[in-house]
Design a protein around this ligand. Structure first.
Ligand code: FEO
Length: 400
Protein backbone atom coordinates (compact mmCIF):
# COMPACT_ATOMS: atom_id res chain seq x y z
CA UNK A 1 0.00 0.00 0.00
CA UNK A 2 1.45 3.38 -1.00
CA UNK A 3 1.98 6.17 1.55
CA UNK A 4 2.13 9.15 -0.80
CA UNK A 5 0.40 12.51 -0.75
CA UNK A 6 -0.10 15.22 -3.33
CA UNK A 7 1.74 18.46 -2.54
CA UNK A 8 0.81 20.57 -5.58
CA UNK A 9 -0.82 19.59 -8.90
CA UNK A 10 2.41 18.03 -10.20
CA UNK A 11 4.37 17.42 -7.00
CA UNK A 12 4.05 14.34 -4.82
CA UNK A 13 5.43 13.50 -1.40
CA UNK A 14 6.79 9.96 -1.55
CA UNK A 15 8.95 9.97 1.60
CA UNK A 16 8.83 7.43 4.42
CA UNK A 17 9.03 7.41 8.20
CA UNK A 18 11.45 5.27 10.16
CA UNK A 19 10.07 4.72 13.65
CA UNK A 20 12.37 1.79 14.49
CA UNK A 21 15.76 3.46 14.12
CA UNK A 22 17.32 3.97 17.58
CA UNK A 23 19.92 6.56 16.64
CA UNK A 24 20.21 8.93 13.69
CA UNK A 25 23.77 8.75 12.30
CA UNK A 26 24.19 6.02 14.95
CA UNK A 27 24.54 8.90 17.44
CA UNK A 28 21.37 10.83 18.18
CA UNK A 29 18.42 9.10 19.85
CA UNK A 30 15.14 9.29 17.98
CA UNK A 31 12.27 9.04 20.48
CA UNK A 32 9.75 10.04 17.79
CA UNK A 33 11.41 8.51 14.72
CA UNK A 34 12.44 10.45 11.65
CA UNK A 35 11.05 11.06 8.17
CA UNK A 36 13.13 10.77 5.04
CA UNK A 37 11.49 13.01 2.47
CA UNK A 38 11.55 12.50 -1.25
CA UNK A 39 9.45 14.12 -3.95
CA UNK A 40 8.35 13.32 -7.50
CA UNK A 41 7.68 16.10 -10.00
CA UNK A 42 5.34 14.71 -12.67
CA UNK A 43 5.81 16.98 -15.70
CA UNK A 44 6.60 16.26 -19.37
CA UNK A 45 9.78 14.92 -17.84
CA UNK A 46 9.64 13.16 -14.47
CA UNK A 47 12.10 14.22 -11.79
CA UNK A 48 12.71 12.47 -8.49
CA UNK A 49 14.36 14.60 -5.84
CA UNK A 50 16.68 12.46 -3.72
CA UNK A 51 16.23 8.87 -2.61
CA UNK A 52 15.92 7.78 1.03
CA UNK A 53 17.59 5.65 3.68
CA UNK A 54 18.19 1.95 2.95
CA UNK A 55 16.07 0.89 5.97
CA UNK A 56 12.80 1.96 4.35
CA UNK A 57 13.51 1.10 0.70
CA UNK A 58 10.57 -1.23 0.10
CA UNK A 59 7.95 1.37 1.02
CA UNK A 60 9.83 3.98 -1.01
CA UNK A 61 9.81 1.85 -4.17
CA UNK A 62 6.10 1.13 -3.70
CA UNK A 63 5.43 4.87 -3.38
CA UNK A 64 7.42 5.64 -6.53
CA UNK A 65 5.63 2.98 -8.55
CA UNK A 66 2.23 4.21 -7.40
CA UNK A 67 2.85 7.82 -8.45
CA UNK A 68 4.64 6.91 -11.67
CA UNK A 69 1.72 4.71 -12.72
CA UNK A 70 3.79 3.13 -15.48
CA UNK A 71 5.87 6.17 -16.45
CA UNK A 72 9.65 6.31 -16.15
CA UNK A 73 11.91 8.58 -14.14
CA UNK A 74 13.92 10.94 -16.34
CA UNK A 75 16.03 12.66 -13.69
CA UNK A 76 17.17 11.91 -10.16
CA UNK A 77 18.14 15.24 -8.60
CA UNK A 78 20.75 14.62 -5.88
CA UNK A 79 20.64 17.51 -3.44
CA UNK A 80 22.65 15.64 -0.80
CA UNK A 81 24.73 12.47 -0.83
CA UNK A 82 24.58 11.49 2.87
CA UNK A 83 23.28 7.92 2.85
CA UNK A 84 20.02 8.80 4.63
CA UNK A 85 19.15 10.33 1.23
CA UNK A 86 21.56 8.74 -1.21
CA UNK A 87 21.44 5.08 -0.21
CA UNK A 88 19.06 4.05 -2.98
CA UNK A 89 20.76 5.75 -5.93
CA UNK A 90 22.14 2.52 -7.38
CA UNK A 91 18.89 0.65 -6.72
CA UNK A 92 16.95 3.32 -8.63
CA UNK A 93 19.45 3.27 -11.50
CA UNK A 94 18.94 -0.48 -11.81
CA UNK A 95 15.16 -0.03 -11.82
CA UNK A 96 15.20 2.96 -14.21
CA UNK A 97 18.25 2.50 -16.46
CA UNK A 98 17.37 5.53 -18.63
CA UNK A 99 17.33 7.86 -15.63
CA UNK A 100 19.96 10.65 -15.57
CA UNK A 101 21.51 11.70 -12.28
CA UNK A 102 21.72 15.46 -11.70
CA UNK A 103 24.32 16.82 -9.31
CA UNK A 104 27.40 19.01 -9.09
CA UNK A 105 31.07 18.06 -9.43
CA UNK A 106 31.28 17.23 -5.72
CA UNK A 107 28.17 15.07 -5.99
CA UNK A 108 29.82 13.06 -8.75
CA UNK A 109 32.94 12.52 -6.66
CA UNK A 110 30.83 11.19 -3.81
CA UNK A 111 28.77 8.95 -6.12
CA UNK A 112 32.10 7.49 -7.26
CA UNK A 113 33.20 7.03 -3.64
CA UNK A 114 30.01 5.45 -2.32
CA UNK A 115 29.22 3.21 -5.29
CA UNK A 116 31.07 0.87 -7.60
CA UNK A 117 29.53 1.77 -10.96
CA UNK A 118 31.16 4.15 -13.45
CA UNK A 119 29.03 7.29 -13.36
CA UNK A 120 30.90 9.24 -16.04
CA UNK A 121 28.01 9.19 -18.55
CA UNK A 122 25.06 8.90 -16.21
CA UNK A 123 25.32 12.21 -14.39
CA UNK A 124 24.48 15.68 -15.65
CA UNK A 125 26.69 18.18 -13.84
CA UNK A 126 25.11 21.45 -12.77
CA UNK A 127 26.60 24.54 -11.17
CA UNK A 128 25.30 27.64 -9.39
CA UNK A 129 22.37 29.17 -11.30
CA UNK A 130 22.00 26.36 -13.87
CA UNK A 131 18.47 25.30 -14.76
CA UNK A 132 16.77 22.05 -15.73
CA UNK A 133 13.57 22.28 -17.73
CA UNK A 134 11.00 19.54 -17.10
CA UNK A 135 8.19 20.98 -19.29
CA UNK A 136 6.11 23.47 -17.35
CA UNK A 137 8.47 23.34 -14.34
CA UNK A 138 12.05 24.55 -14.39
CA UNK A 139 14.40 23.80 -11.51
CA UNK A 140 17.22 26.25 -10.81
CA UNK A 141 20.14 25.04 -8.72
CA UNK A 142 21.93 26.89 -5.94
CA UNK A 143 24.99 25.47 -4.21
CA UNK A 144 24.76 25.22 -0.41
CA UNK A 145 28.15 23.78 0.56
CA UNK A 146 28.42 22.50 4.17
CA UNK A 147 24.69 22.70 4.83
CA UNK A 148 25.49 19.92 5.78
CA UNK A 149 28.11 18.31 3.48
CA UNK A 150 30.25 20.00 0.79
CA UNK A 151 28.21 18.75 -2.16
CA UNK A 152 24.84 20.00 -0.86
CA UNK A 153 22.75 22.04 -3.25
CA UNK A 154 19.17 23.23 -3.20
CA UNK A 155 16.80 23.81 -6.09
CA UNK A 156 13.96 26.20 -6.76
CA UNK A 157 10.89 25.53 -8.90
CA UNK A 158 9.79 28.86 -10.36
CA UNK A 159 6.29 27.63 -11.30
CA UNK A 160 5.17 26.38 -7.87
CA UNK A 161 7.62 28.66 -6.01
CA UNK A 162 8.98 25.67 -4.13
CA UNK A 163 12.44 25.47 -2.58
CA UNK A 164 13.84 21.95 -2.26
CA UNK A 165 16.05 22.76 0.71
CA UNK A 166 18.01 19.52 1.36
CA UNK A 167 18.84 19.13 5.09
CA UNK A 168 18.02 22.80 5.71
CA UNK A 169 14.70 23.35 7.55
CA UNK A 170 14.55 19.69 8.55
CA UNK A 171 13.72 18.16 11.89
CA UNK A 172 13.84 14.88 13.77
CA UNK A 173 10.45 13.27 14.32
CA UNK A 174 8.30 11.14 12.03
CA UNK A 175 5.33 12.68 10.22
CA UNK A 176 2.06 11.45 11.71
CA UNK A 177 0.05 11.70 8.51
CA UNK A 178 0.41 15.47 8.43
CA UNK A 179 3.12 16.25 5.91
CA UNK A 180 2.58 20.03 6.10
CA UNK A 181 3.69 22.33 8.92
CA UNK A 182 0.14 23.58 9.47
CA UNK A 183 -1.25 20.08 9.92
CA UNK A 184 0.33 19.83 13.38
CA UNK A 185 1.18 22.26 16.16
CA UNK A 186 4.79 22.71 15.05
CA UNK A 187 5.88 24.56 18.15
CA UNK A 188 4.59 21.83 20.46
CA UNK A 189 5.34 18.82 18.32
CA UNK A 190 8.52 19.64 16.43
CA UNK A 191 10.29 22.82 17.52
CA UNK A 192 12.54 21.24 20.18
CA UNK A 193 13.46 18.44 17.79
CA UNK A 194 14.05 20.90 14.93
CA UNK A 195 16.47 22.79 17.19
CA UNK A 196 18.18 19.53 18.24
CA UNK A 197 18.42 18.52 14.58
CA UNK A 198 19.81 21.89 13.48
CA UNK A 199 22.22 22.26 16.41
CA UNK A 200 23.75 18.82 16.16
CA UNK A 201 23.64 18.20 12.40
CA UNK A 202 24.13 21.60 10.79
CA UNK A 203 25.07 23.71 13.84
CA UNK A 204 28.78 23.80 13.08
CA UNK A 205 28.06 25.53 9.77
CA UNK A 206 26.26 28.67 10.86
CA UNK A 207 27.99 30.93 8.33
CA UNK A 208 27.19 28.57 5.46
CA UNK A 209 23.56 28.32 6.60
CA UNK A 210 23.37 32.13 6.80
CA UNK A 211 24.72 32.27 3.21
CA UNK A 212 21.95 29.93 2.09
CA UNK A 213 19.38 32.12 3.83
CA UNK A 214 20.74 35.13 1.91
CA UNK A 215 20.31 33.28 -1.39
CA UNK A 216 16.81 32.19 -0.38
CA UNK A 217 15.88 35.79 0.48
CA UNK A 218 16.25 36.66 -3.21
CA UNK A 219 13.63 34.10 -4.26
CA UNK A 220 9.85 34.23 -4.01
CA UNK A 221 9.44 31.09 -1.91
CA UNK A 222 5.90 29.92 -1.12
CA UNK A 223 6.83 26.43 -0.01
CA UNK A 224 9.90 24.73 1.48
CA UNK A 225 10.34 21.00 0.89
CA UNK A 226 13.09 19.72 3.22
CA UNK A 227 14.58 16.24 3.38
CA UNK A 228 13.27 15.64 6.93
CA UNK A 229 10.12 16.79 8.70
CA UNK A 230 7.11 18.75 7.53
CA UNK A 231 6.82 20.72 4.30
CA UNK A 232 6.45 24.45 5.00
CA UNK A 233 3.53 25.98 3.13
CA UNK A 234 2.43 28.68 5.61
CA UNK A 235 4.02 31.02 8.14
CA UNK A 236 7.44 30.50 6.52
CA UNK A 237 8.77 33.59 8.28
CA UNK A 238 8.37 31.81 11.65
CA UNK A 239 10.86 29.08 10.73
CA UNK A 240 13.11 31.42 8.74
CA UNK A 241 13.43 33.57 11.87
CA UNK A 242 14.46 30.51 13.90
CA UNK A 243 17.07 29.67 11.27
CA UNK A 244 18.27 33.24 11.28
CA UNK A 245 18.91 32.97 15.04
CA UNK A 246 20.40 29.49 15.03
CA UNK A 247 22.74 30.20 12.11
CA UNK A 248 24.10 33.30 13.90
CA UNK A 249 24.26 31.55 17.32
CA UNK A 250 21.80 34.12 18.67
CA UNK A 251 19.92 32.80 21.73
CA UNK A 252 16.17 32.41 21.47
CA UNK A 253 15.50 32.81 25.20
CA UNK A 254 16.94 35.06 27.88
CA UNK A 255 17.44 32.51 30.64
CA UNK A 256 19.90 30.39 32.58
CA UNK A 257 20.80 26.86 31.61
CA UNK A 258 22.67 25.06 34.43
CA UNK A 259 24.69 22.07 33.27
CA UNK A 260 25.85 19.90 36.14
CA UNK A 261 28.41 17.08 36.22
CA UNK A 262 28.24 15.52 39.66
CA UNK A 263 29.66 12.20 40.89
CA UNK A 264 27.94 11.69 44.27
CA UNK A 265 25.54 14.62 44.32
CA UNK A 266 27.58 17.30 46.11
CA UNK A 267 28.10 19.38 42.98
CA UNK A 268 24.43 18.88 42.13
CA UNK A 269 23.46 20.19 45.57
CA UNK A 270 25.36 23.39 44.80
CA UNK A 271 23.70 23.61 41.37
CA UNK A 272 20.28 23.23 43.01
CA UNK A 273 21.13 25.98 45.48
CA UNK A 274 22.18 28.31 42.67
CA UNK A 275 18.98 27.54 40.74
CA UNK A 276 16.91 28.50 43.82
CA UNK A 277 18.82 31.73 44.30
CA UNK A 278 18.48 32.65 40.61
CA UNK A 279 14.71 32.24 40.90
CA UNK A 280 14.69 34.28 44.11
CA UNK A 281 16.49 37.00 42.17
CA UNK A 282 13.64 36.95 39.67
CA UNK A 283 15.27 35.15 36.73
CA UNK A 284 12.30 33.96 34.68
CA UNK A 285 13.81 30.98 32.93
CA UNK A 286 16.09 28.61 34.84
CA UNK A 287 16.64 25.04 33.73
CA UNK A 288 19.02 22.49 35.24
CA UNK A 289 20.35 19.32 33.65
CA UNK A 290 22.47 16.47 34.96
CA UNK A 291 24.89 15.95 32.09
CA UNK A 292 25.21 12.26 32.97
CA UNK A 293 21.50 11.73 32.60
CA UNK A 294 20.63 13.71 29.49
CA UNK A 295 22.07 12.81 26.09
CA UNK A 296 24.51 15.43 24.88
CA UNK A 297 22.47 16.20 21.74
CA UNK A 298 19.63 17.54 23.91
CA UNK A 299 22.10 19.65 25.91
CA UNK A 300 23.52 21.11 22.70
CA UNK A 301 19.98 22.02 21.61
CA UNK A 302 19.38 23.76 24.94
CA UNK A 303 22.64 25.69 24.59
CA UNK A 304 21.42 26.92 21.18
CA UNK A 305 18.26 28.10 22.97
CA UNK A 306 19.46 29.84 26.14
CA UNK A 307 21.49 33.01 26.58
CA UNK A 308 23.30 32.20 29.86
CA UNK A 309 25.05 29.01 30.91
CA UNK A 310 26.43 27.77 34.23
CA UNK A 311 28.83 24.83 34.26
CA UNK A 312 28.89 23.14 37.67
CA UNK A 313 31.40 20.33 37.56
CA UNK A 314 33.34 17.85 39.63
CA UNK A 315 37.04 17.24 39.08
CA UNK A 316 37.67 13.69 37.86
CA UNK A 317 41.06 12.06 37.23
CA UNK A 318 42.59 15.54 37.58
CA UNK A 319 40.39 16.69 34.73
CA UNK A 320 36.84 17.63 33.82
CA UNK A 321 34.11 15.11 34.73
CA UNK A 322 33.94 12.99 31.54
CA UNK A 323 30.31 13.68 30.58
CA UNK A 324 30.95 17.41 30.93
CA UNK A 325 34.16 17.06 28.90
CA UNK A 326 32.07 15.37 26.16
CA UNK A 327 29.64 18.27 26.18
CA UNK A 328 32.41 20.88 25.95
CA UNK A 329 34.03 18.91 23.13
CA UNK A 330 30.74 18.93 21.21
CA UNK A 331 30.19 22.63 21.88
CA UNK A 332 33.58 23.40 20.41
CA UNK A 333 33.08 21.08 17.44
CA UNK A 334 29.72 22.73 16.71
CA UNK A 335 31.24 26.24 16.95
CA UNK A 336 28.93 27.31 19.78
CA UNK A 337 29.55 30.93 20.69
CA UNK A 338 28.10 34.19 21.99
CA UNK A 339 27.01 33.05 25.46
CA UNK A 340 27.56 34.40 28.97
CA UNK A 341 28.95 31.70 31.20
CA UNK A 342 29.49 31.01 34.92
CA UNK A 343 31.62 28.27 36.49
CA UNK A 344 31.20 26.22 39.67
CA UNK A 345 34.13 23.96 40.51
CA UNK A 346 34.28 20.97 42.85
CA UNK A 347 37.19 18.75 43.87
CA UNK A 348 38.21 16.83 46.98
CA UNK A 349 41.96 17.09 46.49
CA UNK A 350 43.57 19.19 43.71
CA UNK A 351 40.35 20.70 42.24
CA UNK A 352 40.96 21.57 38.58
CA UNK A 353 37.62 21.44 36.72
CA UNK A 354 37.04 25.21 36.92
CA UNK A 355 40.35 26.17 35.37
CA UNK A 356 40.04 23.52 32.67
CA UNK A 357 36.45 24.47 31.80
CA UNK A 358 37.50 28.12 31.61
CA UNK A 359 40.27 27.18 29.14
CA UNK A 360 37.78 25.24 27.00
CA UNK A 361 35.32 28.13 26.97
CA UNK A 362 38.05 30.66 26.21
CA UNK A 363 38.92 28.63 23.11
CA UNK A 364 35.36 29.20 21.82
CA UNK A 365 34.26 32.42 20.14
CA UNK A 366 32.67 35.30 22.06
CA UNK A 367 32.14 33.49 25.35
CA UNK A 368 31.84 36.00 28.18
CA UNK A 369 32.92 34.31 31.42
CA UNK A 370 31.63 35.82 34.66
CA UNK A 371 34.61 36.61 36.94
CA UNK A 372 33.15 35.21 40.16
CA UNK A 373 33.41 31.45 40.52
CA UNK A 374 32.09 29.11 43.23
CA UNK A 375 34.80 26.80 44.54
CA UNK A 376 33.74 23.70 46.45
CA UNK A 377 36.00 21.33 48.36
CA UNK A 378 33.95 18.11 48.37
CA UNK A 379 30.68 19.70 49.56
CA UNK A 380 29.21 23.19 49.67
CA UNK A 381 29.24 24.50 53.28
CA UNK A 382 26.77 26.85 54.99
CA UNK A 383 29.69 29.23 55.52
CA UNK A 384 29.92 29.59 51.72
CA UNK A 385 26.46 31.13 51.39
CA UNK A 386 27.92 34.58 50.75
CA UNK A 387 30.28 33.15 48.09
CA UNK A 388 27.25 31.67 46.33
CA UNK A 389 25.34 34.95 46.73
CA UNK A 390 28.24 36.89 45.21
CA UNK A 391 28.34 34.48 42.27
CA UNK A 392 24.59 34.68 41.70
CA UNK A 393 24.67 38.49 41.97
CA UNK A 394 27.50 38.76 39.46
CA UNK A 395 25.69 36.35 37.18
CA UNK A 396 22.33 38.13 37.30
CA UNK A 397 24.16 41.44 36.84
CA UNK A 398 25.46 40.03 33.53
CA UNK A 399 21.85 39.51 32.43
CA UNK A 400 20.97 43.22 32.68
FE1 FEO B 1 19.65 14.16 6.23
FE2 FEO B 1 22.95 15.34 6.02
O1 FEO B 1 21.50 14.13 5.83
Amino acid sequence: MHTTRKVTDDLYYIGCNDRKLERFENLFTLPNGVSYNSYLIMDEKVALTDTIDADVTDQFIENINYVLNGRNIDYLIIHHMEPDHGANIKRLMDLYPDMTLVGNVKTKKMVDQFFDFDCEDCIQIVKEGDSLNLGSHTLTFYMAPMVHWPEVMVSYDEKDKVLFSADGFGTFGALDGGIFNDEANFEEKYLDEARRYYGNIVGKYGMQTANLLKKAAGLDIQMICPLHGPIWRSDLSYFLEKYDRWSTYTPETEGVLILCGSVYGHTMAAAEKIALKLKEKGVKEVVLYDVSKTEVSYLIAEIFKYSHLIFACATYNNGIFPKMADLLHDMKALALQKRTVGIVQNGTWAPASGKLIREELESMKDMKIVDKQVNILSALKAAQESEVDDFVSAFTESMK
